[in-house]
Design a protein around this ligand. Sequence first.
Ligand code: SF4
Length: 302
Amino acid sequence: MDFAAEIENLKKEKNAVLLVHNYQIAEVQEVADFLGDSLGLARKAKESNSDLIVFAGVDFMAETAKILNPDKKVVITSQEACCPMAGMLSKQQLLDAKKAHPDAQVVLYVNSSGECKALADSCCTSANADKIVNAMDSKEVIFGPDRNLAHFVQKRTEKKIVTVPEDGYCYVHEVIELPALEVAVERHHNAKIIVHPECPPDVQKRADHIASTSGMVRLAKELPDKEFIIGTEVGMLHRLRKENPEKKFFPAFENAVCRQMKKTSLEDVYLSLKEERFEVNVRDEIRAGALKAINRMLELSV
Ligand code: SF4
């Protein structure tokens, strides 16, 4: 079966929109209506006037789309696509941190559960984390669950960042270690280094630029350089190469692969559209609070 053609037919028939994260496999990226990072896709979900939203990404992203679109049907292409980092922060840990720091406001990375978002003052993504933290009223900000992104923000704010949990991380960016990056630099010594703020602090320090995936897309276009070493999930390279055919992109570490992002095949996208599987639902009591935190982020990041 020509899954790509069937997907296009089903999208029209059902007035559906297909939102795809930058880390998905190349074949899935190719059939996207919108391809982007968490922030870009959340914006597209909010603007959508489709009857069906199909999300090829991980659990918290589809949940965010549902929180923004309670009256629409939202489906995720794989039930097993659960971000381990989002699972590293529990509601109880967040309640404990709030109790210990009663004057602190809470900024949570969108890579978190809906029930944690419901306790936050604002969400953020890697594209806007420092801007959102700096917009908070308090001198202390509880921030989680990624300690490396917290480190990135701490370097860009006068506020005291309280990281919760202390050791939350993304296993994909955590394996992009400095020795691996140095090997890539030896091989491609003219290349500019761009890394994601989920990478370890010493890798961030070594980079020429630290950027979210949408920031990488922009920098790759704008910078005059012809070669780049990219420190993030390797699925990102497909988009960068496609949009900049005259430039060269090399992974900082080629085994930086998110297994959860790779759970979705083209057939899964087809089946999600055809059978409207797997539906995402959010309980009302969680939705109201989480919506406030997501909308605050969207307002502050304009
Ligand atoms: S790349 Fe990291 S943060 Fe993103 S979904 Fe995979 S495990 Fe989660």
